[in-house]
Design a protein around this ligand. Structure first.
Ligand SMILES: *[C@@H]1O[C@H](CO)[C@@H](O)[C@H](O)[C@H]1NC(C)=O
Ligand SMILES: *[C@@H]1O[C@H](CO)[C@@H](O)[C@H](O)[C@H]1NC(C)=O
Ligand SMILES: *[C@@H]1O[C@H](CO)[C@@H](O)[C@H](O)[C@H]1NC(C)=O
Ligand SMILES: *[C@@H]1O[C@H](CO)[C@@H](O)[C@H](O)[C@H]1NC(C)=O
Ligand SMILES: *[C@@H]1O[C@H](CO)[C@@H](O)[C@H](O)[C@H]1NC(C)=O
Ligand SMILES: *[C@@H]1O[C@H](CO)[C@@H](O)[C@H](O)[C@H]1NC(C)=O
Ligand SMILES: *[C@@H]1O[C@H](CO)[C@@H](O)[C@H](O)[C@H]1NC(C)=O
Ligand SMILES: *[C@@H]1O[C@H](CO)[C@@H](O)[C@H](O)[C@H]1NC(C)=O
Ligand SMILES: *[C@@H]1O[C@H](CO)[C@@H](O)[C@H](O)[C@H]1NC(C)=O
Ligand SMILES: *[C@@H]1O[C@H](CO)[C@@H](O)[C@H](O)[C@H]1NC(C)=O
Ligand SMILES: *[C@@H]1O[C@H](CO)[C@@H](O)[C@H](O)[C@H]1NC(C)=O
Length: 860
């Protein structure tokens, strides 16, 4: 009678097979052998470049002891598969869906490609599910939206496309869902209101996609929602008032959409909200008074909208925790009285009201703001009155912008107390009186902009004490007397604009010390004397304007040494005599040369810039001749015979070549390097303002850190090519967030490195630093690394190019070791850290040594 129990057993198995709704496949019973098969199929479809699975997932050990695998105790079935940061490539095998006891699947932070297998949606017990930060593409399988036990899902940072199931599409059954992040993909279509059916939802993040349509009002029904992130999409319509019902909401981010209409008063019911980001939309109306009820707000981001009306006067009293207020670029009017109330906010760090229509007087209470305030940006806002001397209380300031307003009176000497200030912008106001000598005590300054005011007197000698000063503009004021000698000791100076004053004196020899000059504008003054030959030392200069002065003498032939860089040269309206140096035809980077209204004579050189009448202006020099195209009369015939010319044409070039080669070896003469990169003026203009590059801009610029933009990946960081909003092409180096020690020292290192400026060292343009994201924005070097050029068959370097690269690298090191204020030891010089610029001339690249390897995380 042993047959009966066996039959009963089989019958029970049979019934169970058909009745059990969780049994995904009926053809074969699922057991731990299926699990083994599935794991092996998974292993076979992924690429495992570091061999992490190859050495561990071996047949002679139970799969339950394999790395990343966890089994249930009793049945020895796989319940968790966690392989984040395993460098896995390849695709995800659909066999993974046969792990029918799986409840935790985490394959985040790998390099997986291909689609998400739709079968995953049939894993009956899956609760925690992350494929974030891979390169998965294709649509999100519909089945994912029908998983009764799913609690947390993140598919963020992939290349997913397609749209979410529409509200009429069945099925949507995620009753336990708490966390849904789909941000940083390319998802389209509208946001389904079905999310509201997941009543336990705490986080919904759909930012950085291409969602369109309006925000479903039903989202307001998810009463437990803490985080709602819908930023950087193409959402239209208005902000639903029902959002105000989300009483547990902590962060609301709708930044960078096409939302219209007013900010709903109902948002004032968000009593727990701390972060409110509505910037970069087209919101109108005023900031509702009711919003002041949301008393826990610490970050208010409303910039770039069309908000009108005034800023509520009790702002700071209602919101005592404020840290960041950015309302710039709106149409706000009214009084600055709210600044009184902001003294209540002891953690205030950032206040920007720039580009509004506030036409009020700056209150004395400005000085009562928190000393933790780092940035106070009130530019272009029609602000009137005097600068209160209490401003000296704001010890924490790093950046202060009061430019382009209607301020009057004198510059308070109390500024000198702002020892940490790096950028001071008081340009385009009606300030008068002297420049207070106390400004020289602001030893942290990098940039000082006082142009277009009514300042008088002399340039204080003390400015020479601000040893780190890089940008100084005092243009269009009434300053008189000479330039103090101390100014020429500011060896970091890159931009000096003294144009439009009544300054006099001549150009001293010490000027040659300022080797990093980029822009020098001394036009419209009363300078006299010779144009000093030391100008030839300023070999990084791109913009030189000495026009409208009383300079005399001849054009120093040393100016032809500026061949590397100079783009704009204006010497017009002076009393310069003599001939135009023939070597000027070599200034290959020039886009504008103005020598008009001087006393120049003799033949105009032929060729080069002089063959392009739209670049050169020579009028008002009646004694010049030649260049018939430019309207001058022909010169008397030259005396040397034609045959001589012919001889020279064939004999000279080889001789010149030999001499050039020798001089390279022996004297390190730099004038060889033609074809250096011309820095466009727009690039420099961007330096004149405090350029803070936001994370979002970097995301846009790198197309969401896409593989297509990836230039290189190291163990500590990845480098992406980035197109910034202003068109500048840069390289962005993103530090890996696991490397905690590097992250901690990042800001300090950035400060040190950003001050290193040399033609042959990669320039650090900016940085982006959040708590968990650190990136350097660097000059982009399109021609790759020297290593590539040396070891690849597709590239070839000739002898001249090799010599040129050697000279450039040694110049970079000479600077680091001898001319930089602190000796900098590079520690990692190798061909892959020598980068090559693009170049017009095939023989000469701009060679730069990569600097970011100086960051301590690279180790010795
Ligand atoms: C068996 O497992 C050991 C470690 O337990 C490993 O060193 C060895 O390479 C494995 N052998 C095979 C054939 O996979
Ligand atoms: C499969 O499960 C059985 C018990 O059901 C167990 O004896 C066996 O070791 C398991 N196999 C593996 C590879 O875990
Ligand atoms: C695989 O890795 C796990 C976890 O690190 C370890 O316990 C196990 O011994 C390893 N097995 C083999 C065969 O190396
Ligand atoms: C595992 O999954 C694959 C693909 O989904 C399927 O073809 C296969 O039959 C499954 N194997 C078992 C043992 O169920
Ligand atoms: C994404 O994953 C890569 C490894 O594939 C890792 O280096 C990087 O830091 C991760 N990014 C984020 C934001 O976690
Ligand atoms: C997946 O792993 C990553 C990295 O360890 C972790 O940050 C994340 O919270 C995990 N996600 C889930 C859903 O387990
Ligand atoms: C949704 O899931 C249930 C089981 O949880 C299943 O019976 C149903 O067929 C699924 N619907 C679709 C359309 O996949
Ligand atoms: C959800 O919200 C919508 C609009 O806000 C409302 O009409 C509807 O009654 C709500 N549904 C539930 C179940 O609360
Ligand atoms: C503000 O409104 C004007 C016209 O009403 C429009 O031209 C402008 O683009 C709007 N600004 C923003 C930021 O949407
Ligand atoms: C902003 O909204 C106004 C009207 O509310 C409209 O005239 C204008 O075109 C919109 N601007 C943009 C950029 O959408
Ligand atoms: C992203 O997916 C699209 C197709 O959806 C594909 O054409 C593109 O190459 C993918 N990009 C990356 C970086 O994988």
């Amino acid at each position: 009678m042993e047959v009966l129990p066996a039959l009963i057993f089989i019958a029970i198995q049979f019934i169970l097979l058909f009745l059990h709704p969780l049994q995904p496949a009926m053809s074969r019973p699922h057991n731990n052998f299926t699990d083994l098969e599935s794991l092996l199929a998974f292993k076979a479809s992924v690429a495992d470049p570091h061999g992490l699975l190859a050495t561990n997932w071996t047949a002679n050990a139970s799969f339950c002891s394999w790395i990343g695998v966890r089994c249930s105790h009793r049945r020895q079935r796989v319940v968790a598969l966690k392989l984040p940061f395993f460098f896995l490539g390849g695709s995800i095998s659909p066999h993974i869906a046969n792990l029918s006891f799986l409840s935790h699947l985490n394959l985040s932070n790998n390099a997986l490609t291909g689609p998400i297998p739709g079968a995953i949606g049939r894993l009956p017990r899956l609760a925690l599910f992350s494929l974030a930060n891979n390169s998965l593409s294709g649509p999100i399988p519909l089945s994912i939206f029908n998983m009764s036990l799913l609690v947390k899902v993140s598919l963020a940072k992939n290349n997913l496309s397609g749209s979410l199931p529409s509200d009429t599409d069945p099925p949507f059954m995620l009753p336990r869902l708490q966390w849904m992040s789909l941000s940083y993909n390319h998802l389209t279509g509208s946001i389904m209101s079905n999310f509201a059916r997941s009543s336990q939802l705490q986080l919904l993040s759909l930012s950085f996609n291409n969602f369109s349509g309006s925000i479903p009002p039903e989202l307001g029904n998810i009463t437990g929602l803490n985080f709602l992130y819908l930023g950087a999409n193409q959402l239209t319509g208005t902000i639903p008032a029902s959002i105000g019902k989300l009483s547990k909401l902590n962060r609301l981010n709708l930044v960078d959409n096409y939302l219209q209409g007013a900010i709903p008063e109902e948002l004032g019911n968000l009593l727990d909200v701390q972060y409110l980001g509505l910037a970069e939309n087209n919101l109108t109306g005023s900031i509702p008074m009711a919003l002041l009820n949301a008393s826990k707000i610490h970050t208010l981001i409303l910039y770039e909208n069309n908000l009108t009306g005034s800023i509520p006067a009790t702002l700071g009293v209602s919101w005592p925790r404020l840290e960041i207020v950015d309302i710039h670029r709106n149409q706000l009017t009214g009084r600055l009285g709210f600044i009184d109330s902001l003294s209540n906010c002891r953690n205030l760090q950032y206040l920007s009201l720039s580009e509004n229509k506030i036409s009020d007087f700056l209150p004395h209470s400005l000085g009562n703001l928190s000393t933790s305030l780092n940035y106070l940006l009130l530019g272009s806002s029609y602000i009137k009155g005097r600068i209160p001397s209490t401003i000296g209380n704001l010890h924490g300031l790093i950046g202060l912008d009061l430019g382009e307003n209607e301020l009057v009176g004198e510059i308070p000497s109390e500024f000198s107390r702002l020892k940490g200030l790096q950028g001071l912008f008081l340009n385009r106001n009606r300030l008068n009186g002297y420049i207070p000598p106390e400004l020289g005590l602001m030893t942290g300054l990098n940039a000082l902009y006082l142009e277009e005011n009514a300042l008088s007197g002399t340039i204080p000698h003390s400015l020479g004490n601000i040893s780190g000063l890089q940008e100084l503009s005092l243009a269009a004021n009434g300053l008189s007397s000479g330039i103090p000698d101390s100014l020429w000791s500011l060896t970091s100076l890159r931009v000096l604009n003294l144009s439009g004053n009544t300054l006099d004196g001549s150009l001293p020899q010490q000027m040659g010390n300022l080797k990093f000059f980029d822009i020098l504008d001394l036009s419209k003054n009363r300078f006299s004397g010779n144009i000093s030959s030391v100008l030839g030392n300023l070999q990084m200069i791109t913009y030189l304007d000495l026009s409208n002065n009383s300079f005399d003498g001849e054009i120093p032939s040393s100016l032809d040494r500026l061949v590397i860089s100079i783009g704009y040269m204006n010497l017009s309206y002076n009393r310069i005599s003599g001939t135009i140096p023939k070597s000027f035809t070599n200034l290959g980077k020039l886009y504008s040369l103005d020598l008009s209204f001087n006393k120049l004579q003799g033949p105009i050189p032929e060729g080069g810039v002089f063959s392009n009448s739209s670049i050169v202006s020579l009028e008002g020099n009646p004694a010049l001749c030649g260049a018939l195209k430019l309207g001058f009369s022909p010169c008397p015939p030259p005396s040397n015979s034609k045959s001589n010319l012919h001889l020279l044409k064939y004999i000279l070039p080889p001789i010149v070549l030999v001499v050039l080669l020798l001089s390279c070896f022996c004297t390190r003469l730099i004038f060889l390097r033609w074809g250096k990169k011309l820095k466009l003026p727009s690039e420099d203009a961007s330096l004149n303002t405090i350029r803070v590059i936001s994370y979002r801009e970097l995301v846009r610029a790198t197309n969401n850190f896409s593989e297509a933009n990836l230039v290189g990946r190291g163990s500590f960081s990845s480098v992406f090519k980035a197109y910034l909003d202003d068109g500048l092409v840069t390289a962005v180096k993103v530090l890996n967030s696991e490397n905690q020690s590097a992250l901690r020292s990042f800001d300090a290192e950035y400060c040190a490195l950003s001050k290193i400026r040399h033609r042959n060292l990669v320039r650090i343009i900016s940085m982006c630093s959040n708590l968990d994201f650190k990136a350097l924005v660097l000059q982009f070097m399109p021609n790759g690394s020297l290593e590539q050029w040396l070891h690849s068959h597709n590239y070839y370097l000739n002898l001249l190019q090799r010599i040129n690269i050697m000279v450039d690298v040694s110049l970079a090191f000479e600077y680091l070791h001898h001319y930089h204020p602190h000796v900098v030891v590079h520690r990692d010089l190798k061909p892959s850290n020598v980068l090559l610029d693009d170049s017009q001339s095939p023989n000469f690249f701009l060679v730069t040594v990569s600097l970011y390897c100086l960051l301590p995380h690279q180790g010795p």
